[in-house]
Design a protein around this ligand. Structure first.
Ligand SMILES: Cc1cc2nc3c(=O)[nH]c(=O)nc-3n(C[C@H](O)[C@H](O)[C@H](O)COP(=O)(O)OP(=O)(O)OC[C@H]3O[C@@H](n4cnc5c(N)ncnc54)[C@H](O)[C@@H]3O)c2cc1C
Length: 396
């Protein structure tokens, strides 16, 4: 069979590799619009291998995150890639957050996350001496990696098994009417495949629609901005320090994250991006913005959550407000301790009814299987999502 994979982020690379390990005689081609792999979400995230604390037991997120973590650990060990089990603490600041922490603890146990334990304030300080809170939840298995390096290795493995990885290949048309799936690219090339998997991240709804899939849900791009701790202040954290997330949102709140290169990220926030791939306020694509604003789900979402939206924008334009969010957990942190860092944009699917789609979503239309929602922990889960997608593609 000839199989096309659209998108060269971690999901596309993982799918290509998995396909060829299961079906070594197939022809696999990855089409990536940028001039390199991992240019968007995969190369612009926190680099955290999530252990599976938060997710609804039995959901795709819960199952694929747990399996994905194990597969990723094995893959990094086999290939000599960095995988550092630095652990993470969630910090509760008051009784209401402590109650939410208890519920996350229950979920973590239901999801089979190993080693999680609740911490009293003194125990919290043993794990993270500069962190303060009324309670903590420790997950010693949570790890850090470089997802872009992992993606390049996955793609190299797929190539060694015969995959073609084409960069600068933007898919602009998909036709399927009974016969092979015909793909057109912006450069005027034509490809014919027996089956296609779409892993197009921030463009996933548009590409899925090219294949005849529905308009609902739509991707709404939420930018996440980071600061970096100055090198002399990196000792403020030993591992990963997270707030107790607000259950109304799929985002985890501003956290302090150690990276495998030794940097410490502070962030990300969550503001509406003015372009699907808009990494700063100055990048505006009117067509992207108009599409977001015209989506009925966006108006409903904005009406429900405008207060949070305003707070996030304030944190985006004011370093003081941003740092204040993190200082609640690390009281010694000051605005002088940070410098502006990178930014990423999350592909968050929003339903017509204004709901933020929580679970991973995968749709099938004829010979095309499309990922419609794969936010965090999508990178952690990537090797397990790849197994799942290939299973869907060959279901009947
Ligand atoms: C700020 C931020 C922090 C995050 N933190 C974490 C974390 O700590 N841990 C974790 O597990 N997950 C995290 N995530 C989520 C994680 O990054 C994603 O789940 C994962 O990268 C999704 O991979 P992907 O391959 O689907 O998407 P992407 O990496 O976005 O790849 C999609 C690719 O498709 C290509 N493409 C799009 N349209 C076309 C087209 N028409 N033709 C050809 N190619 C096309 C794009 O150029 C892109 O390379 C975070 C995300 C963000 C943004």
């Amino acid at each position: 069979m000839r199989i096309g994979v659209i998108g060269g982020g971690i999901l596309g690379a993982a799918v290509a590799r998995h396909l060829l390990s299961e079906r070594p005689d197939d022809g696999v081609t990855v089409l990536e619009k940028e001039d390199r792999l991992a240019a968007h979400q995969t190369g612009r995230n926190s680099g955290v291998v999530h252990a599976g604390l938060y997710y609804v037991p039995g959901s795709l997120k819960a199952r694929l995150c747990r399996r994905g973590m194990g597969l990723l650990r094995e893959f990094c060990a086999e290939r000599g890639l960095a995988y550092r089990r630095c652990g993470k603490v969630l910090v509760a600041l008051d009784d209401a957050e402590r109650a939410r922490l208890d519920r996350i603890h229950e979920r973590a146990l239901a999801n089979g996350v190993p080693g999680v334990r609740l911490l009293a304030p003194a125990q919290l300080r043993e794990v993270e001496p500069h962190v303060e809170g009324v309670a903590g939840l420790h997950s010693p298995e949570t790890a850090i990696v470089d997802f872009a390096a992992i993606t390049r290795q996955l793609a190299a493995d797929a190539e060694a098994r015969g995959a073609k990885i084409l960069t600068g290949a933007e898919v602009t048309g998909i036709r399927q009417d009974g016969g092979p799936v015909e793909i057109a690219t912006a450069a005027g090339e034509r490809h014919a495949f027996d089956k296609v998997i779409v892993c197009a991240g921030l463009q996933s709804d548009r590409v899925a629609r090219l294949a005849g899939d529905g308009a609902d849900p739509r991707i709404v791009p939420f930018r996440g901005e980071y600061y970096l701790l100055r090198p002399e202040r990196r000792g403020l954290v030993r591992g990963l320090v997270y707030p107790v997330p607000d259950p109304r949102y799929p985002f985890l709140g501003v956290h302090l994250t150690l990276r495998v290169d030794g940097e410490v990220l502070v962030g990300p926030n969550a503001v509406l991006a003015m372009a699907r791939e808009g990494y700063g306020w100055s990048t505006v694509r009117p067509a992207d913005l108009a599409e977001t604003l015209a989506w009925p789900g966006f108006a409903r979402l904005a009406l429900r959550h405008w207060r949070t939206g305003v707070r996030e924008v304030v944190g985006s334009v004011s370093r003081r407000a941003f740092v204040n969010a993190a200082r609640r957990y690390v009281p010694e942190l000051t605005t002088a301790d940070v410098v502006p860092g990178p930014a990423g944009v999350r592909a968050q699917a929003v339903g017509r009814d204004g709901s933020l789609v929580d679970d991973f979503r995968i749709n099938r239309r004829g010979r095309v299987v499309a990922v419609r929602n794969a936010p965090s922990p999508g990178a952690t889960s990537s090797l397990a999502i790849a197994e799942h997608l290939v299973g869907e593609l060959f279901k009947d």
